[in-house]
Write a protein that binds this ligand. Structure first.
Ligand code: HEC
Length: 443
């Protein structure tokens, strides 16, 4: 079957949407220059979900030529949120299409967008690289021919580093930068991965690193590791574990103590222990399985408390005195540490272990950090909140301080639980039995 250009244009204007739909499927399988026809159909029909799907298929098909995505720059389309979402999906699909003309066509369209919509340009650039294969990325990177496109990349580099730009624009710009190579992105990593940066910016930079730094990522991650906050570190862990050879580097770092075992969420360790890869399971079991306690003597000393008869009322008073600064039970105390309401389900012996040896197993959000401010002050405690511009650190004496990110000089995890060791010093064997009886009495 063959249509002349005029015939196609008239079919694209056919009053029956069924005919227009058929035309799109015909185009998906043909290599005709169909840019103009597609532009007409997009303007007319992009509000219809089925037509949208058919347009995306026709515009990004295996046989598509360079002209099919010209409509990306259509001003009418960008006026509505639906239209913008449609363009974004289309560009994302184009980036993932194994046809080099399609990616290039999308880049052409993006670079033609009007200057005043630079935020949307970054967003589209980000969409273009989001699902692109390594080969497609390499092709897109080489595609420097269009001066406009290079300008756009430059602007993305600038915005990504600009502390005065909005967080959303910076994140879009960083996402768009997967188009650059690791070397070109050095300044982004140096700046955006600091604790002084908003969390979303740090996370976007980590995601970028995982896209563009297949060889360099592990070393860089290890270098910045101690200064990551718990939320960012969770993302860093996922990045680290996302490729087989990075995972090896990660496990090696744990073995050498460069990464503390407490830095990894026990739930994450649990998942690794179920890895389909046997040698990974064995390694993880070896590294994390045996819990070494430095507090064996203390634990042994308090064993009699498990059999002594305890008085829950006396226990409640001890709780109030020694524990309520961080735990809340029956309306008494503060919810800083873990919730103890269901603790008795784990058995009295476990409870005792947790009290005497808080570092046996710590969730990362409960780690103690040491923060130095640019004014030279050192704060130690747990990070209880993070906003784009500040972190809140809870000190051991119960006070909280909000530190603007701009005033953070360094932030380091201690690898230790915020729950201190040695709480038992104030609690004799009988008192411990009372405390356990109280914790066991909570319904
Ligand atoms: C300075 C704060 C602080 C004090 C004081 C404190 N805890 Fe904790 N506690 C925590 C934090 C933070 C965690 C969670 C991290 C961890 O498991 O190490 C925790 C965890 C626990 C757990 C384990 C909970 C779980 O789900 O794994 C138990 C049990 C516990 N605390 C009991 C106590 C008792 C009993 C006292 C008083 C003798 C006490 N804690 C005093 C901060 C504190």
């Amino acid at each position: 079957m063959y249509f002349s250009d005029d015939e196609m244009i008239s079919l694209a204007k056919h009053k029956d949407i069924g005919v227009r739909y058929q035309l799109l499927w015909f185009l998906s399988g043909s290599d005709l220059d169909a840019g103009e026809v597609l532009t007409n159909l997009v303007k007319q029909d992009h509000a219809d979900a089925w037509m949208r799907l058919a347009i995306i298929c026709a515009a990004t098909s295996k046989s598509a030529g360079l002209d099919r995505l010209d409509f990306i720059a259509e001003p009418d389309l960008r006026k509505t949120a639906d239209g913008r979402a449609f363009i974004e999906t289309l560009v994302e699909t184009a980036g993932a299409t194994p046809n080099r003309y399609v990616g290039t066509a999308a880049m052409r369209g993006i670079s033609r967008l009007r200057e005043d919509d630079v935020g949307f340009q970054f967003q589209l650039l980000g969409a273009l690289v989001r699902r692109a294969s390594e080969q497609n990325l390499a092709l897109l990177r080489k595609n420097d021919a269009k001066g406009l496109f290079m300008q756009l990349r430059e602007r993305a580099m600038e915005t990504a580093q600009d502390s005065k730009a909005s967080e959303a624009d910076r994140v879009s710009a960083i996402r768009a930068l997967a188009i650059q190579s690791y070397e070109e992105l050095q300044p982004i990593f140096t700046i955006s991965l600091k604790p002084t940066q908003p969390r979303a910016v740090q996370i976007a930079a980590l995601e970028l690193l995982s896209r563009v730094g297949p060889i360099e990522a592990p070393d860089l991650l290890l270098k910045i590791w101690p200064s990551l906050s718990p939320a960012v570190r969770a993302t860093a862990t996922e990045v680290f574990l996302s490729r087989a050879n990075w995972l090896q580097a990660f496990l090696e770092a744990v073995e050498k103590g460069k990464i503390a075992r407490a830095d990894i969420d026990p739930a994450r360790v649990g998942l690794l222990m179920k890895s389909p890869n046997r040698s990974v399971r064995v390694q993880v079991e070896e590294l994390f399985g045996k819990v070494v306690t430095k507090r064996k003597d203390v634990v042994d000393y308090y064993q009699p408390s498990l059999t002594l008869k305890g008085d829950p009322l006396k226990g409640k008073a001890i709780f109030k005195k020694e524990c309520a600064a961080c735990h809340k039970l029956e309306g008494v105390g503060e919810e800083i540490g873990a919730d103890l309401k269901a603790i008795r389900d784990r058995g009295t012996e476990n409870m005792l272990l947790n009290i005497l040896d808080p570092n046996r197993e710590v969730k990362p959000q409960f780690l103690a950090y040491s923060l130095e401010t640019t004014a030279g002050k050192t704060l130690s405690g747990m990070l209880t909140a993070e906003t784009p511009n500040s972190v809140t650190i809870r000190l051991l004496d119960g006070r909280s301080e909000i530190v603007p990110r701009a005033e953070i000089d360094s932030l380091r995890s201690t690898g230790l639980s915020f729950m201190p060791e040695g709480l038992e010093k104030q609690i004799d064997k009988q008192a411990m039995a009372d405390l356990l009886a109280y914790l066991n009495s909570i319904k």
